[in-house]
Design a protein around this ligand. Sequence first.
Ligand code: FE
Length: 129
Amino acid sequence: MSDKDPKEWKEQLTPEQYEVCINHGTEPPFSGKYNDSKLEGSFKCICCGEELFSSNSKFDSGSGWPSFWEPISEDSIEYVSDTDYGMVRTEVNCKKCGSHLGHVFDDGPKPTNQRYCINSVSLKHENDK
Ligand code: FE
């Protein structure tokens, strides 16, 4: 997946980011800074800066994680079947760098009925440093 070796990512990322993005972990619900965010604009991959999601498709899912009904471009998303924990889920990664973002479910709102359930720590709002 990733084009960098783990040592390089460890230098670039915080331990929390490394756990989610590289180890495919999940931040605790309602813990992330973008869960309740109403910021306008785009959310980028924390690892490579690729624009992934827009505030235009962000909605309040009540799940405790930032939720979007579509990515900015399907071309920037990698979908992987995830059967961990006895569930069949679809994992969502950044296609450019392989960083883990979250999962997508088919119980989202119109028009796509998709719910991209994304970890805040995997994202960086365009206005954030
Ligand atoms: Fe990326």
